[in-house]
Design a protein around this ligand. Structure first.
Ligand code: NAP
Length: 245
């Protein structure tokens, strides 16, 4: 498999959608950096899957909501790879802390915004300069159907995912002249740890396609947005939801 000098970083690449994206981008020849927050064994499993298929993978632990951790992790990575740069960034790390707003503690509001929205800001800002200098970049932000339509019980999550779409549109216009594209993907119900506590058999009846999606299906869409073929698509939000709007 041809290896590219440009790296791809997937935040929250240890599990679920992030894992599937990391594996898929490695298939396209990207050396992949798997970021995770705490589940090291899961991150190692993603790396092993990639290596077993002939790809290249590294782990990079940091909390996306912590700028100091990001700065240190990126400086360490760059010192080990002086000639490389991260050309592809998939902002996938995310959490749910569902509750009706009337009962929502401050901490659950802030934690969700910190991870999804502030996480996007800190990590993207730290990688943008290199992408701009190199005049190539691909940024894909994993938003959600909740960010498009709003979901009761998810005011925090819907706000964070909607804000991510606004940021996607604005940043896309800032960096388009440098051949950097910025797009968002808005999944509906996808099978993963995040949705394992949901009543799938009841909820899938709401989905016109009659099922939850697979993480690998989201990964295919991300791989397309990262590819050269998608060079003219930017500032867009693409739903992947089996027809559930
Ligand atoms: P998941 O299985 O719960 O995985 C979440 C991933 O995010 C894990 O790799 C986790 O790392 C990482 N993460 C969480 N907080 C982090 C932090 N502060 N710093 C770094 N990494 C962090 O979730 P998923 O279903 O794959 O979801 C992935 C993304 O898709 C999320 O943004 C989610 O909101 C979005 N999404 C999911 C669905 C769905 O139906 N599943 C639908 C729409 C959107 P650790 O393993 O170390 O904990």
């Amino acid at each position: 498999m041809e290896q590219k000098a440009k790296y791809a970083l997937v935040t929250g690449g240890s599990r679920g959608i992030g894992r599937a994206v990391a594996v898929r981008l490695a298939q396209d020849g990207y050396p992949v950096i798997i970021n995770y927050a705490s589940h090291e064994a899961a991150a190692l499993q993603t790396a092993e899957t990639i290596r077993n298929a002939g790809g290249t993978a590294e782990l990079l632990r940091f909390d996306v909501s912590c700028p100091e951790q990001i700065e240190k992790a990126m400086a360490d990575w760059q010192s080990k790879h002086p000639d490389a740069y991260i050309a592809v960034l998939v902002n996938n790390a995310g959490i749910r802390r569902d509750n009706l707003m009337v009962f929502m503690p401050d901490a659950d509001w802030h934690k969700v915004l910190d991870t999804t929205l502030n996480g996007f800001f800190y990590i993207t800002r730290s990688l943008l300069k290199d992408m701009m200098t190199k005049r190539f970049g691909r940024i894909v932000n994993i938003s959600s159907l909740s960010g498009l339509k709003g979901m009761p019980g998810q005011v925090n999550y819907s706000a964070a995912k909607a804000a991510l779409i606004g940021a996607t549109k604005a940043l896309a216009q800032e960096v388009a002249p440098r051949k950097i594209t910025v797009n968002a993907v808005a999944p509906g119900f996808i099978k993963s740890d995040m949705t394992q506590d949901l009543d799938e058999s009841a909820l899938k009846k709401m989905v016109p396609a009659g099922r939850f999606g697979e993480a690998e299906e989201v990964a295919e869409l991300v791989a397309f947005l990262v590819s050269d073929k998608a060079a003219y698509i930017t500032g867009e939000t693409i739903s992947i939801n089996g027809g559930l709007y």
